[in-house]
Design a protein around this ligand. Structure first.
Ligand code: MG
Ligand code: ZN
Length: 355
């Protein structure tokens, strides 16, 4: 009897230990999403999906060389666990490669995905699958993404995957990355094909360069995220997925409150799809954070009852250094609470993708 109950305790201990390492990780990055942006989301929606999280914290975002980070250094910290200089795509100051969580996941035989509402070669998604000394190197970043083995790619930036002589190409050479991807992935060409796709290895480059604003896009970030999860979750080894709400940042740069709000509402819908999956799946960790805040945005007037923001101020056309929120859910997420540095997020999700 005693032996039996000891055995049970041992098994339970093993089980609870095992449950601390998530099989799947979905990292949501709201580019430029600070506390005011989230307050605006709460104001206009009443109960955003972000409110479903119990674990929350704040992350510092400074880069290796600047108090105010850019998106490249910010994404590098989240993807690799290391700070670097502004503009760097997952390389250090000596231009040495910093291994990313996506690369660790690939090594473990997991499936991997990148979803964005900007060009897939833009700084945030790039830092997960590319290594370049400058974020401006779209051609080289597209080369890296194509070679990375990323299983699901959904974003803009088609023009960087077409040879120079092709219509709509933005490349400076004749490399045909589109055909290369076609040999290893299922490429869909329109929303209908996308919605009806059920299989593995999906690429949808749904805009020549950057997609339009939320109200101009024909697919919500929620639809893109749900499809990515459907495709990636077929792998019994698990998956890593990064989803970026890219244009919350652009609303901040433009100092346009309505632009910020429509983008963060779209982003919050995608987070909801991730949570719906994780709540059922029970082996999935969700992290929602930002690379930095944009606009020095503040809310000075509005109405909770009428769900509207009426008076806003911006202190910059650029980024600010204020800490960004960190929400997390699922096995292994307890460590990402309190005041942390952005590198802890990268180090933690990498730890869960190592043997
Ligand atoms: Mg970005
Ligand atoms: Zn920005």
């Amino acid at each position: 009897m005693l032996l039996k109950s000891l055995k049970l305790v041992f098994v339970l201990a093993l089980l609870s230990f095992a449950s601390e390492t998530p099989k799947n990780i979905i990292l949501f990055i709201g580019d430029g999403m600070g506390p005011a942006q989230i307050t605006a989301l709460k104001t206009v929606t009443g109960t955003p999906n972000l409110e479903r999280f119990k674990n929350a914290g704040f992350a510092t975002t400074y880069s290796e060389d600047e108090y105010v980070t850019d998106s490249a250094a910010g994404a590098t910290a989240l993807a690799t666990g290391f700070k670097t200089y502004n503009g760097a795509i997952s390389v250090d100051a000596a231009h040495q490669k910093l291994k990313t969580v996506l690369e660790y996941a690939e090594e473990l035989g997991k499936s991997t995905g990148l979803v964005a509402t900007c060009s897939i070669t833009h700084a945030t998604p790039a830092a997960f699958a590319a290594h370049q000394p400058s974020r401006k190197m779209n051609n080289e970043i597209a080369d890296d993404i194509t070679a990375s083995g990323t299983d699901v790619i959904i974003g803009g930036g088609l023009s960087f995957f077409l040879p120079k002589s092709a219509d709509n190409s933005a490349r400076e050479d004749e490399k045909d990355l589109f055909s290369k991807l076609k040999s290893s992935h299922n490429l869909v060409n329109n929303d209908n094909e996308f919605k009806n796709f059920h299989g593995k290895n999906l690429v949808y480059l749904y805009a020549k360069e950057h997609p339009g604003k939320a109200n101009e896009r024909t697919l919500s970030l929620k639809e893109m995220t749900s499809k990515a999860i459907e495709v990636l979750s077929q792998n019994d080894n698990g998956f890593f997925l990064m989803v970026e709400g890219s244009q919350i940042d652009w609303g901040g740069h433009a100092n346009e409150s309505d632009y910020i709000i429509s983008e963060i509402v779209d982003f919050d819908g995608a987070v909801g799809a991730g949570l719906d999956f994780a709540e059922k799946n029970k082996e999935t960790m969700i992290v929602v954070t930002a690379d930095h805040e944009t606009g020095g945005y503040s809310l000075l007037g509005g109405s909770i009852a009428e769900k509207k923001v009426t008076k806003t101020e911006f202190t910059t056309k650029g980024h600010s250094a204020v800490m960004v929120p960190v929400f997390s859910f699922g096995p292994g997420s307890d460590v990402l609470t309190g005041i942390i540095d952005n590198t802890l997020i990268g180090k933690t999700i990498i730890k869960y993708n190592q043997n």
